[in-house]
Write a protein of this length. Structure first.
Length: 328
C-alpha cells in the first residue's frame, strides 16, 4: 500500500469501527422487551389460573409463568432467583412482589404489567422482596461498573501478551492484578460509592478478582500464543458482543434473542449475573455464571502456560562448507 493511500484507508477503517460500536451498544437497548421472562403467580388455583391466562393473552410470549401455592412460596422463589417477581392473588386484590436487586428495569416492567391488569382499579401494591442498594436505586451505577472491569482486563491482557515473557512472570502478574483489582475496585464500588451492600464486601471482592483473572488470562494468553490476531479477535468478542449483551442494566430475557443468552456465556454477562447473586441473593443462581468465569480462567491459564512453552525456532547454522573464510 502506498503511503499516500494509508491515511485514507485508516480514516475509513476508523469511521467503520465507530459505526460498528454504535450498532453494538445502541441496538440492544432500543429492542428491549420481555421474552419468556420468568415470573410467578401465587394464590388459590382457580384465581391463579385465571390471572395466568390474562397475562398470556395481554402479552403473548412475554412471560414464562410459574404458579405457587401462596405468597411465602413465591417470595422464596424470588429469593432463589427462580423468578424475577410474582403477582399474588388475594381477597383484597392482586399484590406484586419484585426484586429490584435483580434489575430495576425488570421491576418497573412488572409494575407496569400489573397496572395494566388492574385497569381502572386502585394501583397494585408493590413489595420489594430483595431491594437494590439505596445509593443506587435505579441500578445505573451497578451497570456502569461492569464495563471498567472488562476494559481494565483488556488493558492488562495487552501488557501480559506483549510486554511480559515467560509463564511465571505472566501468572504472577495475573495473580497480583486479580487480587489488587478485587480489593481496590470493591473499596470504591462498595465502601465509597455504595453501589452494592457493604455486608457483601468480600463476596464482591471475590467476583471482581475472578473476573480480573479470567478476562486478561484468555485475551492475553491468546495474544501471547498467536500474536496480534489472537489478541484482537478475543478482545473484539468480549468488547463488541460481551458488553452490549451483558444485561448488566436489565435482564437477559429482555434482550433480543439469542443475544441475551449468548451474552451470559461471555465474561461481562457472567460477571453481572454472578455479582448480583453474590451481593444480594446469597449466591442463589450463581452456578452457571461461576462456571463460565471459572472456565475462562482455567482456559486462560492454560493458554499462558502454552504460550510460555513455545520457543522461537533457533536460527539455522550454516553448514561447515558454507562458512566464508576471509582471504589471507
Amino acid at each position: 500500500m502506498s503511503k499516500s493511500r494509508m491515511p485514507l484507508v485508516f480514516g475509513a477503517a476508523l469511521a467503520l469501527l465507530q459505526a460498528l460500536l454504535i450498532v453494538a451498544f445502541a441496538w440492544a437497548p432500543t429492542h428491549t422487551a420481555p421474552r419468556d421472562l420468568p415470573i410467578g403467580v401465587a394464590g388459590p388455583a382457580p384465581a391463579a389460573a385465571q390471572l395466568t391466562e390474562k397475562l398470556r393473552a395481554a402479552s403473548p410470549g412475554a412471560f414464562e409463568i410459574k404458579t405457587y401455592a401462596d405468597e411465602a412460596a413465591a417470595t422464596e422463589a424470588i429469593e432463589d432467583r427462580e423468578v424475577y417477581g410474582a403477582i399474588v392473588v388475594t381477597a383484597q386484590g392482586p399484590r406484586l412482589l419484585v426484586a429490584s436487586a435483580s434489575g430495576p428495569a425488570v421491576s418497573q416492567l412488572l409494575t407496569e404489567a400489573a397496572g395494566r391488569l388492574s385497569g381502572a382499579a386502585p394501583a397494585t401494591p408493590v413489595t420489594d422482596v430483595v431491594a437494590a442498594s439505596p445509593d443506587d436505586p435505579r441500578g445505573g451505577g451497578f451497570a456502569a461498573m461492569i464495563l471498567p472491569l472488562v476494559m481494565s482486563g483488556i488493558a492488562a491482557s495487552a501488557l501480559l501478551a506483549f510486554q511480559l515473557s515467560g509463564t511465571r512472570a505472566r501468572l504472577t502478574a495475573l495473580g497480583v492484578f486479580a487480587v489488587g483489582a478485587g480489593l481496590a475496585s470493591t473499596l470504591v464500588s462498595v465502601t465509597w460509592l455504595g453501589l452494592l451492600p457493604s455486608s457483601a464486601f468480600w463476596q464482591v471482592a471475590a467476583v471482581v478478582a475472578l473476573v480480573s483473572f479470567a478476562v486478561p488470562s484468555v485475551i492475553g494468553g491468546l495474544g501471547a500464543a498467536f500474536g496480534q490476531a489472537g489478541f484482537g479477535a478475543a478482545a473484539a468478542v468480549v468488547f463488541l458482543i460481551g458488553n452490549p449483551f451483558s444485561a448488566a442494566a436489565a435482564a437477559p430475557e429482555l434482550l433480543p434473542e439469542p443475544w441475551g443468552a449468548i451474552g451470559q456465556f461471555l465474561p461481562p454477562g457472567a460477571a453481572a449475573t454472578l455479582m448480583r447473586s453474590a451481593a444480594y441473593f446469597d449466591w442463589a443462581g450463581a452456578g452457571r455464571p461461576l462456571a463460565v468465569l471459572a472456565a475462562f480462567a482455567v482456559v486462560g491459564a492454560g493458554l499462558v502456560v502454552f504460550a510460555g512453552r513455545r520457543r522461537p525456532a533457533a536460527p539455522e547454522r550454516p553448514a561447515d562448507d558454507d562458512v566464508l573464510v576471509p582471504a589471507a
